[in-house]
Design a protein around this ligand. Structure first.
Ligand code: TRP
Length: 334
């Protein structure tokens, strides 16, 4: 059976961008793969080192979001990154296999540096060794369970490419040790925001969170961007440029053909259409929020799931590490 390794940083609640970008895929795939889902607290600290409480609080939130979204603890090992020292150790060995200029060229890291000027400075002069190197630690996350498949959103592709380069180099120098993993993207790897922005993202403040209430959803949908050429409610409009239509389509509203034809024919006002979207979103999120509530009321069960997931991951990582040490000639007393 092939192995999946993927995860997220615990820095905030998960939103529909995460769901359609990758979570939905993970939920489907977990039945056919040995699946490890990491809560990347070590990586979250690379740009939140000055705010450990934020990371700590979000570990639990992320676990709840995973379980709510349908990650099944009987199928998947959900684990906490910092509890796997093998990954930290492997990061050090991998750091010899990547050049600093190569790390500087990573477009995702670059984007994050540009976003966080208060932390990294206007021209990135405050960029830390730890932050620059987090893709190396990401390679170690994947390698320490010898992962084959990494279901992620498209912002993660540069990291997976980096991982592949490191692991190929490792195999060349020390002998065949690791699978060369592949990223798996969903059919919608990047979800637009209701504000018309190309990406749903916390920093753009345009997210619909999996845990949003009807009231919150209503507020967000009501301010969504629609076809600007439509002035009156019976003007015909172009659904292809409307974010409300985009979301009807995204959540597979069975009423979609009607939404489209009525919009084109000027038979549907935007407020009416938005109200329908709010209802559809609430309905879509209902099973997710029901599961969240179940686990919120059972914190000891969530803790047990994390402990068991971490234990299983650690066992696997120890096994991989034995082979690493043997191949690197570091197995001194064996
Ligand atoms: N970079 C991912 C994020 O920003 C988190 C992550 C850490 C990850 N290690 C990983 C994803 C390994 C996939 C594989 O959320």
């Amino acid at each position: 059976m092939k192995t999946i390794l993927t995860g997220d940083r615990p820095t905030g609640r998960l939103h529909l961008g995460h769901y359609f970008g990758s979570l939905e895929n993970r939920v489907k795939m977990q039945y056919d793969y040995d699946t490890y889902i990491l809560i990347a607290d070590v990586q979250a600290l690379t740009d939140n080192f000055n705010n450990p409480s934020k990371v700590r609080e979000n570990v639990k939130e992320l676990a709840l979001d995973y379980l709510a979204a349908g990650i099944d603890p009987k199928q998947s090992h959900i684990y906490i990154q910092s509890l796997i020292p093998e990954a930290t150790e492997l990061t050090v060995y991998f750091s010899n296999l990547v050049s600093v200029p190569r790390l500087y060229r990573n477009p995702t890291t670059k984007y994050e540096v540009a976003q966080k000027k208060e932390l990294f400075g206007d021209s990135g002069e405050g960029i830390t060794y730890g932050f620059l190197g987090y893709p190396v630690s990401q390679a170690a996350d994947i390698a320490c369970v010898n992962g084959n498949i990494v279901p992620v959103g498209d912002d993660q592709l540069p990291h997976i490419e980096q991982t592949r380069e490191i692991l190929r180099k490792f195999n060349n120098i020390y002998g065949e040790t690791f699978n060369i993993p592949e990223a798996v993207l969903s059919s919608t790897p990047r979800i637009k925001g209701l504000d018309g922005n190309e990406k749903m993202s916390k920093s753009l403040n345009n997210c619909i969170y999996l845990s949003d209430t009807e009231e919150e959803i209503n507020k967000k949908v009501m301010s969504a961007v629609t076809d600007p050429s439509k002035i009156r409610k019976d003007d015909p409009a172009n659904p292809e440029v409307c974010m409300v239509y985009y979301y009807h389509k995204l959540i597979k509203n069975p009423n979609l053909p009607k939404v489209c034809s009525e919009c084109k024919n000027g038979e549907r006002g935007c407020v009416y259409c938005k109200k329908e979207l709010v209802r559809a979103l609430v309905e879509f999120l209902e099973p997710i929020q029901k599961r969240r509530k179940y686990y919120e009321e059972r914190p000891e069960e969530v803790e047990r799931i994390l402990k068991e997931g971490t234990y299983a991951t650690k066992k696997k990582a120890e096994e991989v590490m034995r082979r690493v040490k043997e191949n690197m000639k570091l197995n001194y007393f064996e």
